[in-house]
Design a protein around this ligand. Structure first.
Ligand SMILES: [Zn+2]
Length: 333
């Protein structure tokens, strides 16, 4: 049976996978994007990678997920945040010319959303929202069993929805955006500030210790013992799972912010399921618990309302698996 190829084009790496009808990646390839050298050289290497994957299998189509706003009809990417010089690239046209195959292009988060919907945490649910939490915060929606694209292919971009009207300044030029509170580097920045305050507090506490002979010495957070460069979301998540108080506070606070973003998602899309993926989702159950609590408190919930908030299931393969199905989706109505 014919298989399809999914391609995930990121700012640093390009991942390719030969995907079967059950969403399993049966063979894969990996390339450096070398984005600054321009799109042509990268797409030529993608075409070579496609040719390698086709050697032993019949391939029907190629689907590409790429960060940026994507014109789905023409397969053109616009304003890609981490591919300088790629604005306006006709990815579909170039790859079709180089491979001779049918090529479809979508936004990278749309690809992840399709993957989770068809093969992962979203199976069997035709109204869902998929959120990816990493350096950036992305979103995509399945509405009535179809990927919601919007008039410009830009629907679901949740990162720059506002959760605090007069909040912290964001890289987009706005203020109080969700990404500014739950994006990876901002979590780390907040962690650093907290650790600094904690160290200061404990140091002054220790100075007073002779006055409290026999008093209980508070155990410092493991985060305070790390060199600043080791303070990343992964470490914070691990410390939280081990019960570290400061790490738990940070994760819960991030979950509260995330919950505010989800209250907006619930109001806009009324999904039956919200799927949380990406690196920050590795903060795990304490993050989801805090997010659920905020949605419960702030969302318009009622007995029997269909809504669950669950972790993504496919990990790094979601984008490849989802992109591979683009050529097999029903045409937009
Ligand atoms: Zn913003």
């Amino acid at each position: 049976m014919a298989l399809d190829i999914g391609v995930d084009i990121g700012g640093t790496n390009i991942k390719l996978g030969l995907v079967d009808a059950q969403g399993r990646v049966v063979a894969r390839g990996r390339l450096k994007t070398e984005a600054r050298k321009g799109p042509r050289q990268a797409l030529e290497r993608v075409a070579a990678g496609v040719a390698r994957l086709r050697k032993k299998h019949v391939v029907r189509s190629v689907g590409v997920g790429i960060a940026g706003l994507v014109d789905h009809e023409h397969g053109i990417v616009r304003l890609p945040p981490n591919l300088p010089g790629w604005h306006g690239t006709g990815v579909k046209e170039i790859l079709e010319e180089l491979t001779g195959l049918d090529v479809h292009v979508t936004n990278d988060v749309n690809a992840v959303c399709l993957g989770e919907w068809l093969f992962g945490a979203g199976r069997g649910c035709d109204d869902l929202f998929c959120l990816t939490l990493g350096t950036g915060v992305g979103g995509a929606a399945i509405v009535n069993g179809r990927l919601a694209l919007g008039a410009n292919g830009a629907a679901g971009e949740l990162g720059h929805t506002v959760i605090f009207g007069n909040g912290l300044p964001c890289r987009c030029g706005g203020r109080g955006c969700l990404e500014r509170y739950v994006g990876a580097k901002y979590i780390v920045r907040r962690a650093r500030a907290r650790v600094k305050a904690e160290v200061k507090r404990m140091t002054s506490h220790r100075d007073q210790m002779p006055l409290f002979k026999g008093g209980i010495v508070e155990k410092p957070s493991v985060l305070a013992m790390l060199p600043a460069r080791r303070l990343d979301p992964e470490t914070i998540g691990r410390a939280a799972r081990d019960g570290d108080r400061l790490a738990l506070e940070l994760v819960q606070e991030t979950g509260d912010f995330l919950g505010l973003g989800l209250v907006n998602v619930v109001a806009l899309f009324d999904p039956a399921r919200i799927i949380i993926g990406g690196g920050i989702a590795g903060l795990g159950e304490p993050l989801l618990k805090a997010a659920r609590r905020t949605v419960l408190r702030r969302g318009q919930l009622f007995d029997g309302r269909k809504l669950e908030i669950v972790p993504a299931a496919l990990g790094n393969d979601a984008g490849i698996a989802g992109a591979s199905r683009l050529g097999r989706l029903p045409a937009p109505a």
